[in-house]
Design a protein around this ligand. Structure first.
Ligand SMILES: [Zn+2]
Length: 318
């Protein structure tokens, strides 16, 4: 179920600014173009989405790269570990994942890495992905995990709760000789990095041990936290990119009991009273109606206030 928390820019950012770099060195030092820090997700409006999201993994091939079928298959196989890892963390829910796609880029790898000083994969990728796949990672309901040939140590991700974009290079998995000497250049670190960057795409900020959001390494012994200060499991479970596990492979759970015959079905299903989607502010708490359910969110908990945004969204955390 989409929630308005996804619309709150700032909550979702993975910040490793210069001022906080001390806490990020362990994560990010040594990467040639590591851009985990400060990547921004556009604000999303959950009302434009269906509430159903899908994560699309993409092998992205710049004009001067040719990974071939074997490396693409290796990515697909390693991604199975990524999905399985989340499956364990999410209890009776799992990530909703599309089949691996291969997208050919319009520029060379150095451009996408940012070596030429211009726009890099973070800026160029969304439009190229829309042209190839029909949807951008920033369209509601879409999250793309992009594995780029030639992107080497480029890694980063961000999400807004209804959309997201996660990026990492391919070489540490498929061609360690091409990134030899870098501490992150192993297939095991590749898996940890994919899990970590996907976590950013799923709105998770950096965290503390033993979370994968604290460190990319040793992925199989790391977890998502389920603590009041780090509600990582609950955060991801609430996103439209997860669905409940079912025994029969996706059919809906049992239908609700019909109402008793002497009790006519209500013609007014809304449980929100006078509250509509534009909602209201109870001090710093945003209260609104969505899918006929009264919802609330404490903007103050993320350092924001509640107020009128515009006629489209109504009240929101500002
Ligand atoms: Zn990170």
């Amino acid at each position: 179920m989409a929630t308005r928390r996804g619309a709150i820019e700032g909550w979702v950012l993975a910040l490793c600014t210069t001022a906080t770099m001390a806490g990020c060195d362990e994560l990010d030092a040594g990467r040639p173009v590591l851009d985990d820090d400060g990547l921004r997700a556009p604000a999303g409006d959950p009302r434009q989405g269906s509430g159903e999201g899908v994560i699309t993994p993409v092998v992205f091939v710049p004009t001067d790269e040719d990974p071939g079928a074997e490396r693409i298959a290796a990515v697909d196989a390693a991604l199975a570990d990524v999905w399985s890892w989340y499956d364990v963390q999410l209890g009776d829910r799992h990530l909703v994942v599309a089949p691996l796609q291969v997208v050919h880029g319009q520029r060379d790898a150095a451009t996408y890495r940012g070596d030429r000083g211009g726009p890099d994969i973070w800026a160029l990728g969304p439009d190229e992905l829309r042209a190839a796949l029909g949807a951008s990672p920033w369209d509601n309901g879409h999250l793309v995990l992009l594995v780029g040939a030639g992107l080497s140590g480029w890694a980063g991700g961000a999400g807004n709760g209804v959309a997201g974009f996660s990026v990492l290079g391919m070489e540490s998995l498929t061609d360690p000789a091409r990134c030899e000497g870098n501490w992150w250049c192993t297939p095991e670190f590749w898996r940890g990095t994919a899990i970590h960057e996907l976590g950013h795409g799923l709105t998770l900020p950096h965290s503390v041990d033993p979370s994968i959001m604290a460190f990319h390494g040793d992925w199989s012994h790391r977890a998502l936290l389920d603590e009041p200060d780090y509600p990582e499991v609950a955060t991801v479970r609430a996103l439209p990119f997860t669905a409940p596990d079912t025994d029969d492979g996706g059919a809906m759970p049992t239908e609700p009991d019909p109402p008793p015959p002497d009790e006519p079905p209500s013609q007014e299903p809304s449980g929100c009273g006078e509250v509509d989607y534009a909602g209201r502010c109870d001090d710093a708490t945003l209260v609104w109606c969505e899918d006929e359910v009264l919802r609330s969110y404490d903007c103050g908990a993320v350092g924001m206030t509640c107020g009128w945004q515009d006629d489209v969204v109504g009240n929101n955390c500002l």
